[in-house]
Design a protein around this ligand. Structure first.
Ligand code: 5GP
Length: 122
């Protein structure tokens, strides 16, 4: 699958579309999902346009690890500590709708414990 610079996430990264940016550095941005499936629902999005996780290569090894570490830091910043879930939908048949790699970070916020199915249906 080719890189597509015209996804909504590329436009958010390029500031062509407004969004609720929680964090940004040279490698990624973190935004609140526009249609949250849980009280905390952030998206960790690399600035490099990789359509799907499946399209990542060995060259992306450091970036993929970095995104997970950013997810950790954001969860801590949002006060959910170690009670969160990471979801990557890969491919349309698995529910991916935006073809620019992103990690969903889902949590109940300050409430600790198990997630309900309805909160984590992404
Ligand atoms: P996917 O289904 O590809 O795994 O996840 C795409 C996510 O992007 C969905 O949870 C959807 O709500 C979110 N999303 C789509 N468009 C926008 C947007 O314009 N702004 C934000 N903040 N999130 C979006």
């Amino acid at each position: 699958m080719d890189s597509d610079e015209t996804t909504i996430f590329s436009r958010i990264i390029n500031k062509e579309v407004p969004s609720d940016i929680l964090y940004e550095d040279e490698h990624c941005i973190v935004i609140n999902d526009i249609a949250p499936q849980a009280p905390v629902h952030m998206l960790v999005i690399p600035k490099k346009s990789i359509p799907r996780l499946f399209d990542a290569s060995d060259m992306d090894q450091n970036l993929l690890g970095y995104l997970l570490l950013i997810a950790n830091k954001m969860a801590k910043q949002r006060g959910v500590d170690d009670a969160f879930r990471i979801v990557i939908n890969n491919g349309a048949e698995a529910g991916q709708t935006v073809f620019h790699l992103h990690l969903h970070v889902l949590a109940h916020g300050s409430v600790k414990g198990r997630f309900s199915e309805s909160d984590l249906s992404t």
